[in-house]
Design a protein. Sequence first.
Lengths: 113, 113
Amino acid sequence: DAKTTQPTSMDCAEGRAANLPCNHSTISGNEYVYWYRQIHSQGPQYIIHGLKNNETNEMASLIITEDRKSSTLILPHATLRDTAVYYCIVRGIYGGATNKLIFGTGTLLAVQP
Amino acid sequence: DSGVTQTPKHLITATGQRVTLRCSPRSGDLSVYWYQQSLDQGLQFLIQYYNGEERAKGNILERFSAQQFPDLHSELNLSSLELGDSALYFCASSGTGGGQPQHFGDGTRLSIL
């Protein structure tokens, strides 16, 4: 599975959009980009995933560059409850050992009032 | 609510003891994954089961074992416990098909005294 690089921490003002970047320059054609977040020792929460097209759901938007080497998770209107560690994970779509998620250190997003 | 249920939420025991952690996956999910999160190691994949069969193994100690039962719930057995086994243990489940995300439970916090 490709390795990802994320900033260690970011701040965002409440009500503003939070844009979390992720680099995955070694991503291969059969690998998805997944985003999870973990709020203070709770279970990781699935946010969104994508292969090559931009995706949007009720929680966030995922923008993947055309070369697929980087992506950005966008929380359109951050609230204090969005303060969490955000993990960007690249994972193959086939079965076997590639199903596991490899968590890095993620980005600690602090939403400020 | 992810739909994944883990019990117990907290477990306190002594070194040398044995414990069993239980996980009920989301309805319809055939795959179950176990992860360990300790302060110094982050989130680490332990083992995956698919429809009752072991599918993939991570850095799971020989003192640890798991199984998935016909009703698809899974148990993680930890024996000869050591102080270093104190951690959060998360279970996740996913559906079949390429790219299906994993959904995590709230975890079991294991404290070894």
